[in-house]
Design a protein around this ligand. Structure first.
Ligand code: HEM
Length: 128
């Protein structure tokens, strides 16, 4: 008898898709984030759906298409400040609220995202 992965517990592909779409509609409007993201977020969202699927224990969709995530290295071209990490996490919390992701599985997922987001910071706070 196999224990459910977080991917299964949150509702699999349909939930990841709703969550990522709700997330990037906020990113597109956020004053701290919008300047460093492409205007068309279609491809970014597609990759994030693949990534979060495997991050939560689902099929390794991101790695199959793009190789090892090396997330910190892939973020080095962008100035990820503490303010931007906070903004990213705020967009994610709001997206989780919007799609009705709640309970312990949300708390554990969000906690991992906090750690990963902090790991992405590569630039000290700047005057803007
Ligand atoms: C890509 C910003 C945190 C996963 C990107 C891109 C930007 C960005 C600007 C490039 C988008 C594009 O060109 O398509 C940020 C900022 C973060 C953050 C400001 C704040 C800490 C995270 C976290 C995760 C993540 C926590 C995972 C849990 C990804 C993935 C991609 C990506 C999977 C696509 C990589 C690829 O091109 O293959 N991010 N990110 N990011 N980010 Fe983040």
């Amino acid at each position: 008898e196999h224990s459910r992965t977080p991917y299964e517990s949150i509702g699999g592909e349909p939930m990841i898709a709703k969550l990522v779409d709700a997330f990037y509609s906020r990113v597109a409007k956020h004053p701290d984030l919008q300047p460093i993201f492409p205007a068309d977020l279609t491809e970014t969202a597609r990759k994030q759906k693949q990534f979060l699927t495997q991050y939560l224990g689902g099929p390794p969709l991101y790695t199959e298409e793009h190789g090892h995530p090396m997330l910190r290295a892939r973020h080095l071209p962008f100035e990820i400040t503490p303010t931007r990490a906070k903004a990213w996490l705020a967009c994610m919390r709001e997206a989780m609220d919007e799609v009705g992701l709640s309970g312990q599985v949300r708390e554990e997922f969000y906690h991992r995202l906090v750690l990963t987001a902090h790991h992405m910071i590569n630039t000290p706070e700047q005057d803007r």
